[in-house]
Write a protein of this length. Structure first.
Lengths: 403, 274, 274
């Protein structure tokens, strides 16, 4: 009897090792013969999916698993901001099948007809999307988008480098930490912090308010180490900077490398965002894209993604998964007392232009052009003097030949 | 003979066609985009906004110029030493200089961040030796250092090529005629190496002025160069027209700089040799 | 020839420059053995990232794409460029000749970013006219790479053509060769060194190109520099360092072998001479 059991266990182990360990719901759904051998272009944020290097933690390599399950090849590329994504879509040079814009960009893409209706309710796994994240303000009828991940902006600080725990965005304006402060290198996120500090709405259309926020940012510039985006990772992990505003999920990853880092949601309020999966209008393979989206909603896959990227998940299946229990208790991702949050809304052209122009002013402020002009003047003098000297010398020499 | 030249015309025809389609037409498109708006109507609006980019242009050219001059100062003695050494050392040195170019420049620049940061390698070494820290990263110095590092081989190689072909007997003749070492350098070696200086200057100056990655990584986003602004118009702001306008101006400025540079070297041609 | 010993100062100077050129490469070599995920904090030695690299199908595919593109673009540009050089060389009209050479020089003199955006404008423009939504991909990258490779091929073949005695092919034809045969038997062997060095240059440039690829790439075809760039926007994992280290090692070994072979040949020739 013992022998039989051990044989059975061995066989079972072998099956486990050889076959796919992960079981997905409704696997027959993905068995679409006419889509086998086709490919889809997936355009996502960087490090925003469970990839091969997550396999060490026992997580699925999502794209590889999808390819194996469906026979559809995934061309996976990354973008760095919503605006990059928009520019790529608008250019018309490339077509994508699956994209992951944030809330305000979803409404802009819908308004400009750049994404198509996918009727997510028809997807078998849509049932796992938490009620809270259905019919969001940017897609009230639930036609275009499926929530993928939820995050908030907060303040990362290095416990060893600050005197007291910061609770307000004003810490980023504290002269004590001059040269140790980082700031977002994109207008919307940077302005959002100044706006919260000034008690404005993130979606204000008042030019005076925007100007005030810009002045606030200019006042900060002297204390800054730099305007960065993803360089924040290395700079905070290495203790290069003491304070940086960033997205909570990325903080969770940074803290794994440097345990001295901590995170706070400042009392003035923060920006919250929902990144949602959409299908562009000019997608070449929309049917395969829907399979992919359904796959992303599978509890096993959603759990792996949520775990790997460190953001809060809108997927109830993942939240209830045992493997996710540790993360589900993470006080940064799922804080007990919800911070005061506000979503970005798409801006009208005038506001967007105002913001971009003011951002250019902020970035160019404090630069001393006088020294540059002097440098140019001196160089021109040297070059000119040299040329004159040469010409004079030549003339002087030629005078001997003439004689 | 007629048949021969006909054949030569035919085999070079694909190239002429290619050059017209992929060199000339794209440049015409840049001009077209610079003078039209989003709807394709003629406009001078983008040309008018150039004033606000004045500072970035000036800075880019200045940094590029500094990087080029520093490269020249560093590379000149090295090229001279290389040209003077034995054949096997020469070959080895050419290899050593070229080898880094086979590694992706993005990743090499990225690695400079690790070296230059306040908690980076240089500063850890300094503090281990009990010396004061130096702040390099996110300064103009770091950006220029990045340019010098990336484009130094483009300065060394043309200089070395010219110097290795230099006729040694000219130098010896000058020495025999009683010229001091300084005189030999300024009256013989320098003028003879000018073609190398000119091509090295071009090969370092052009990419330095238009770079868009180095400034971002080593300058911490506070030293935007014109390349960064152009890249942003195409990849983030979706403003092709402004991007094309800025590119057009960049192109014109570089042509102007090259013209000044050429004047400088042409003027010396022959004149000094006498 | 009298062999002079290199002065100590020269040796020191050379060592200093080599140190400067290789410092970041050494750093990434070091961090490729890092046991933690950081590229700025060294936690301990491990081969973890080399293992990760083996499973990183995307990066390996990108490397493969890079090689394919480099081989294809250098082959196309070598054939077209050599033919073009022969054609341009045979042109008698000075004006046409100098125009052809000026156009040829454009991609070399123009900042890379301008070449990149001008090609992107062309592809996007044509794509819109024809109504293709995913025009950017392998073919656009190939066109772009061939375009920036061509001048290097032409400029390295040109000088060799000038060295060939004009009478030689004529003599061959007088003796009954067809123009094509004369070209293959007489001209081609003469310009072969130029063709080969042009091809190597094209291959190298294409392999390492980032800026122009960046503007002409599409989602279905990623090269290694593009992948590294999209990673440096987030966080470069040390497996990219591992990959760079491997590439570096391979190139280094190849170059050393070539160098040794050359040295041996030279010694042999010297031996015969004595």
């Amino acid at each position: 009897m013992k022998k039989i059991i051990s044989v059975l266990v061995t066989v079972f182990m072998m099956i486990l090792l050889n076959l796919n360990v992960f079981a997905f719901e409704n696997e027959s759904y993905y068995d679409v013969p006419e889509l086998k051998g086709t490919s889809i272009n997936v355009y996502n944020w960087g490090e925003y999916i469970s990839e091969e290097d997550s396999e060490e933690d026992g997580l699925i390599d999502v794209n590889a698993a999808f390819e194996e399950l469906t026979g559809i090849h995934v061309n996976y590329t990354n973008f760095a901001s919503n605006e990059d994504l928009y520019a790529k879509l608008k250019s018309g040079g490339a077509s994508y099948d699956v994209i992951v814009p944030s809330d305000y960009m979803v409404s802009r893409l819908i308004a400009e007809g750049l994404v198509q209706k996918i009727y997510p309710q028809e997807l078998p796994n849509y049932k796992y999307v938490s009620e809270e994240y259905r019919g969001m303000y940017f897609d009230e009828k639930d036609e275009y988008s499926v929530a993928y991940s939820v995050g908030m902006v907060g303040l990362i600080y290095n416990r060893e480098m600050v005197d007291e725990i910061p609770t307000s965005w004003s810490a980023l304006w504290d002269p004590k930490y001059a040269g140790k402060i980082l700031m977002f290198d994109n207008p919307r996120d940077s302005f959002a912090i100044a706006q919260k500090l000034l008690g404005q709405s993130l979606n204000t259309t008042d030019q005076v308010e925007w100007q005030a926020a810009a002045d606030q940012l200019i006042a900060q510039k002297n204390f800054l180490q730099g305007y960065v985006m993803d360089e924040t990772y290395n700079k905070m992990e290495a203790g290069e900077a003491a304070l940086a505003p960033y997205y909570v999920g990325d903080f969770v990853c940074m803290q794994e490398v440097n345990p001295d880092l901590d995170f706070v949601y400042p009392s003035e309020g923060v920006n919250i965002f929902v990144d949602s999966v959409c299908v562009p209008t000019n997608a070449q393979n929309p049917e395969a894209a829907k399979l992919y989206i359904n796959f992303l909603l599978d509890p096993e896959v959603a759990m792996a993604n949520a775990y790997a990227i460190g953001y809060a998940t809108p997927n109830t299946g993942a939240l209830e998964s045992e493997d996710y229990a540790e993360m589900a208790e993470n006080k940064y991702l799922y804080p007990d007392i919800a911070p005061d949050t506000e979503y970005f809304h798409d801006q009208d052209d005038i506001t967007r232009n105002t913001m971009n122009e003011l951002w250019n002013t902020v970035k160019a402020s404090g630069e001393n052009s006088v020294s540059l002009y002097i440098a140019y003047g001196v160089t021109a003098l040297i070059i000119g003097g040299f040329l004159i000297y040469r010409t004079a010398l030549k003339k002087y020499r030629e005078s001997f030949y003439d004689a | 003979m007629n048949k021969d030249s006909l054949m030569k015309k035919i085999i070079s025809a694909p190239y002429y066609l290619w050059a017209a389609m992929f060199i000339i037409v794209p440049l015409i498109l840049v001009v077209y985009y610079a003078f039209t708006d989003v709807n394709g109507n003629f406009t001078l609006d983008y040309i008018k906004t150039l004033g606000s980019y004045r500072y970035i242009f000036l800075r880019s050219i200045w940094y590029g110029f500094l990087a080029t001059v520093i490269s020249l100062v560093i590379a000149y003695p090295l090229a001279y030493i290389m040209a003077k050494s034995s054949a096997s050392v020469q070959r080895m040195m050419v290899m050593i200089v070229m080898l880094p170019m086979w590694m992706n420049f993005l990743i090499r620049t990225y690695s400079w961040m690790t070296i230059l940061e306040d908690t980076g390698i240089i500063n850890s070494m300094l503090s281990a030796l009990g010396l004061p820290q130096v702040h390099i990263i996110n300064t103009a110095g770091a950006v220029i250092l990045g340019m010098v590092y990336n484009y130094l081989p483009y300065m060394i190689l043309p200089l070395y090529t010219v110097m290795s072909k230099m006729n040694n007997s000219l130098i010896e003749a000058a020495e025999d005629l009683g010229a001091s070492k300084m005189t030999v350098l300024s009256k013989v070696i320098l003028p003879l190496s000018l073609p190398g200086v000119a091509s090295g200057f071009t090969m370092v100056f052009v990419p330095s002025v238009s770079t868009f990655y180095i400034s971002k990584k080593l300058g911490g986003g506070t030293f935007a160069m014109i390349g960064d602004v152009i890249e942003m118009q195409f990849q983030t702001s979706y403003n092709y027209n402004l991007g094309a306008t800025l590119s057009l101006v960049l192109m014109i400025l570089i042509i102007l700089s090259m013209a000044i540079m050429n004047r400088f070297t042409d003027d010396d041609d022959g004149g000094v040799l006498i | 020839m009298i062999k002079k010993k290199m002065p100590l100062a020269s040796k020191l100077y050379m060592a200093l420059i080599i140190f400067f050129l290789y410092a970041p490469i050494f750093v990434l070599f070091l961090y490729s053995f890092n046991s933690s995920e950081s590229t700025s904090v060294f936690a301990g030695f491990s081969l973890r990232w080399y293992k990760t690299l083996l499973n990183d199908t995307e990066s390996i595919k990108a490397l493969y794409n890079t090689l394919i593109l480099a081989v294809a673009s250098s082959a196309v540009s070598t054939v077209m460029g050599t033919a073009a050089a022969v054609g341009i060389h045979s042109v008698k009209n000075k004006w046409i000749k100098s125009t052809a050479m000026t156009v040829t020089n454009i991609p070399m003199m123009n900042p890379e970013i301008v070449t990149g955006i001008s090609m992107m404008l062309l592809f996007v423009f044509v794509g819109r006219l024809v109504g293709i939504v995913n025009v950017l991909g392998f073919w656009t990258m190939l066109i772009a790479h061939v375009t920036f490779n061509l001048p290097y091929v032409i400029l390295s073949v040109m000088p060799k053509l000038k060295q060939i005695d004009r009478n030689l092919p004529e003599a061959a034809m007088d003796l009954g060769c067809t123009p094509i045969k004369a070209f293959i038997k007489v001209i081609l062997p003469g310009i072969m060194p130029g063709v080969i060095s042009g091809m190597i240059m094209a291959f190298t440039l294409s392999l390492d190109d980032f800026v122009i690829s960046y503007f002409t790439t599409g989602p279905s075809f990623q090269t290694l520099p593009i992948r590294i760039f999209s990673m440096t926007k987030k966080r470069v994992t040390p497996d990219m360092y591992a990959l760079s280290t491997i590439i570096f090692a391979v190139v280094f070994i190849l170059l050393v072998l070539v160098n040794v072979a050359q040295n041996r040949n030279e010694n042999k020739e010297k031996g015969v001479g004595k």
